[in-house]
Design a protein around this ligand. Structure first.
Ligand SMILES: [Ca+2]
Length: 406
C-alpha cells in the first residue's frame, strides 16, 4: 500500500498480487482495490479584462492591446482580434495591429482562449473587450494653443509696487470650432493679480470661459499684476487653456500652457548721508568757550558721538551733546576740531573732515585792566577771570591768594 501522498487526486486503483510456486508451475492471482483521494482544487479563474484601441488616423491603423486574468490552474492561450472588417488575427501575446483598407466605423473584439485542465475555455463576455474605432478622411482634429507675454515679451524686469501687464492669447489652431474654452492663469507666489479685462480673479487666480472660438480665431486678454515686495530670482506666471473638444478623454487635463517670467528690480535704498557742517564757537567769560555743532544725518544715518578736541592738550571730550563748553586754563589761540561719529545701516562711521568744523578761539590778557575788582566774593572772582582777561601774572596770583583766603 503506497503512502497517501503518492496517490493522485481522484480514483487510485491498487492491485495486490498473490503468487504460489509448485514445481515448474507458478500460480498468481490478483485482487484490486480502488482508493479515492479527495483534493481541494481552487476554481480556475480566467477573464478578458480590457481592450484598448489606439488609432492612427493618418495611416488608418489601429493598435489593439488586451489585458486578462489567468490563475489557479488557468493559463492564457491566445486572443483572436476580430477587426470588424472581416479580417482577424490570432495573437499569443497581448498586442496586435491592423490597417484598414477603407474609412469606416469598425467594432474590434478580443476573443480570448484559456487552457483549463487541458481544455480550451473562453471567458465570460465582457463589454470592455469590444471597442469601436472610426476612420474618416473628413475627420477634423481639434486643437487649441495659448501664448503669454509680459509687457509684450517673454520676460521683463518689473519694479516693486508698479502695475505691469500680461497678455494671454488663445488660438484655435485646429480644424474644429471650439466652445466653452477655459483659460486660466495662476501666478507664482510673489505676483499679485490686480485686474483683468474679462473673467474673474479669485484667490489670485484668473479664469475666463471663451464661449466660442472658431477655427483660426484668436482671443487676447490682458491682466494687470504687480509685485508687492522685492523677491530675488524669477517669478513665473503660467496661463493654460482647456477646450472640451481637445483631448476629451482627459477632460480636466489642460490642453496647452505658456509662461511669462518677471524678475524684480532691487529697490534703490538711498545711501545714508551724514556730515559735520559747521562749528560755532562762542567765547564766554573766564576763558570759557561754547561749541555748537551743526550736522546733517539723513537716509537712515544718525549722530552717535561728538569728539571735541579743544586744542589745548586736554583729553578730548566725547559726548552725544551737540553743544558743550570748555574752559581754558591759559590764554592762547586754540584750534577746536570735531569728529562726528554716525550710525548708518548698522555700522558706525566718522564724517569726513570738514574745514567748517575746525575753528580757532583766542583768549588774551589785555594790557590794561578794564575793570577793578570791587569786592572779593567768589562769584566776582570767577567773573573777573573771564570778563577781564586782563590781569597780569601778579594780579592773577593776588586774586588766587585772595580766593584761597576766603
Ligand atoms: Ca481638453
Amino acid at each position: 500500500m503506497p503512502a497517501l501522498d503518492k496517490l493522485t487526486c481522484g480514483a487510485n486503483k491498487l492491485t495486490n498480487i498473490g503468487q504460489a510456486m509448485n514445481g515448474g508451475s507458478d500460480y498468481t492471482d490478483t485482487a484490486d482495490v480502488t482508493i479515492n483521494k479527495t483534493c481541494d482544487y481552487p476554481t480556475p479563474v480566467y477573464s478578458c479584462n480590457d481592450l484598448t484601441l489606439t488609432p492612427n488616423y493618418q495611416t488608418r491603423t489601429v493598435k489593439a492591446e488586451v489585458t486578462y486574468t489567468a490563475k489557479d490552474g488557468a493559463t492564457y492561450k491566445n486572443t483572436t482580434l476580430v477587426w470588424g472588417d472581416s479580417k482577424q488575427d490570432v495573437i499569443t501575446g497581448t498586442t496586435g495591429t491592423h490597417t484598414y483598407a477603407a474609412d469606416g466605423t469598425y467594432t474590434v473584439k478580443a476573443n480570448m482562449l484559456f487552457t483549463v485542465n487541458g481544455a480550451d475555455k473562453a471567458p465570460a463576455a465582457n463589454a470592455a473587450c469590444s471597442k469601436t474605432v472610426a476612420f474618416s478622411t473628413t475627420t477634423k482634429n481639434p486643437s487649441v494653443k495659448i501664448e503669454k507675454w509680459v509687457e509684450g515679451k517673454k520676460a521683463v524686469e518689473v519694479e516693486v509696487g508698479n502695475n505691469y501687464t500680461y497678455t494671454v492669447k488663445v488660438t484655435n489652431d485646429g480644424e474644429v470650432d471650439l466652445k466653452n474654452v477655459l483659460v486660466s492663469d495662476e501666478p507664482e507666489a510673489g505676483v499679485t493679480l490686480v485686474s483683468a479685462n474679462v473673467g474673474t480673479i479669485d484667490g489670485n487666480a484668473w479664469s475666463y470661459v471663451i464661449p466660442s472660438l472658431k477655427v483660426g480665431e484668436s482671443k487676447s486678454f490682458t491682466l494687470k499684476a504687480k509685485v508687492m515686495q522685492y523677491v530675488q530670482g524669477t517669478l513665473k506666471n503660467t496661463a493654460c487653456v482647456n477646450a472640451p473638444e481637445v483631448n476629451p478623454s482627459e477632460p480636466n487635463k489642460k490642453d496647452d500652457c505658456d509662461t511669462a517670467d518677471v524678475t524684480v528690480k532691487k529697490p534703490d535704498v538711498p545711501a545714508p548721508v551724514f556730515s559735520c557742517d559747521a562749528l560755532t564757537l562762542t567765547a564766554g567769560t573766564n576763558r570759557t568757550v561754547t561749541a555748537k555743532v551743526d550736522y546733517t544725518a539723513k537716509n537712515g544715518a544718525s549722530l552717535k558721538m561728538v569728539t571735541y578736541n579743544w586744542g589745548d592738550g586736554t583729553t578730548p571730550l566725547v559726548t552725544n551733546n551737540t553743544t558743550t563748553t570748555h574752559t581754558y586754563a591759559n590764554d592762547g589761540t586754540f584750534s577746536v576740531s570735531l569728529k562726528l561719529l554716525f550710525s548708518a545701516n548698522g555700522s558706525d562711521s566718522y564724517a569726513q573732515t570738514n574745514a567748517n568744523c575746525v575753528k580757532s578761539v583766542t583768549f588774551t590778557t589785555p594790557t590794561t585792566p578794564t575793570q577793578v575788582l570791587p569786592n572779593t566774593g567768589a562769584g566776582s572772582v570767577i567773573g573777573l577771570f573771564g570778563l577781564v582777561s586782563v590781569l597780569s601774572a601778579i594780579g592773577y596770583r593776588l586774586f588766587m591768594s585772595r580766593r584761597l583766603a576766603e
